[in-house]
Design a protein around this ligand. Structure first.
Ligand code: MN
Length: 200
C-alpha cells in the first residue's frame, strides 16, 4: 500500500491571477509528487505504509530512526501539500462565517487583526517553511511557523490553514515579494474547508 498525490481539485490556471498556472503545475506535479514518491520509497519494506499520514506525523518521535527523517521531510511535504490545495479555491477569499469566524474574533480581537498577525509571521519566517493557523485543545487558535516541511501535527496541534512559504510556491510570479504573495493568498482561502479542519 502506498500514498498517492491527490489530483488538484481545480485546473492549474484556476487560481490566476493570484497564483499562476505554471507555478501550480510544477508545484503539484513535480514538488508534491516528489515528496509522495520519497515517502513511499522510505516506507518500502516497512509495515508503516498502512497507517495514515496524519497518524505517522503525530507519532513522529515513536517511529524507527531509520525512517523518521524521511517521514518528517517527505511525509510532511506530502501531507502539507494535500492540505494546501484544499484550502485554496478560485471562489475563496472574504471572511469566515460560522464557528471559525467566531473563534478568530474571540482569539485575535478581529479578522483584520488575525490577518495582520498571520501576514507578519509569514513574511518574517527566515528560509523555507510554512505559516499556520492552528487549533489547540487547551489554548484555542494561534499562528505558528514551521521550518522546512515540519507540520503542527507533530507538536500536538491541528492545522486549520497553512500557507507554503517555500520559494517554489511563489518565485516565478512574485520573486522576492513574499508579502504580496501572502496578501493575495487571502483572496483564495477556502473558508468552508478551513471550518471543516477547525471542527475536526
Ligand atoms: Mn510547496
Amino acid at each position: 500500500m502506498s500514498f498517492l498525490t491527490p489530483a488538484l481539485p481545480y485546473a492549474y490556471d484556476a487560481l490566476e491571477p493570484y497564483i499562476d498556472s505554471k507555478t501550480m503545475e510544477v508545484h503539484h506535479d513535480k514538488h508534491h509528487e516528489g515528496y509522495t514518491g520519497k515517502l513511499n520509497k522510505a516506507l518500502e519494506g516497512s509495515d508503516l505504509g498502512g497507517r495514515s499520514i496524519e497518524d505517522l506525523l503525530k507519532g513522529l518521535n515513536d517511529l524507527p530512526e531509520s525512517v523518521r527523517t524521511a517521514v518528517r521531510n517527505a511525509g510532511g511535504g506530502h501531507f502539507n501539500h494535500n492540505l494546501f490545495w484544499e484550502i485554496l479555491s478560485p471562489k475563496g477569499g472574504g471572511e469566515p462565517k460560522g464557528s471559525l469566524g467566531e473563534a478568530l474574533k474571540k482569539d485575535f480581537g478581529s479578522f483584520a487583526s488575525f490577518k495582520d498577525s498571520f501576514s507578519q509571521k509569514g513574511a518574517g519566517l527566515f528560509g523555507s517553511g510554512w505559516v499556520w493557523l492552528v487549533k489547540d485543545s487547551a489554548s484555542g487558535l494561534s499562528i505558528v511557523t514551521t521550518a522546512n516541511q515540519d507540520n503542527p501535527l507533530s507538536s500536538g496541534s491541528t492545522p486549520v490553514l497553512g500557507l507554503d512559504l517555500w520559494e517554489h510556491a511563489y518565485y516565478l510570479k512574485y520573486q522576492n515579494r513574499r508579502p504580496e504573495y501572502i496578501e493575495n493568498f487571502f483572496n483564495l482561502i477556502n473558508w468552508e474547508k478551513a471550518e471543516e479542519n477547525f471542527r475536526s
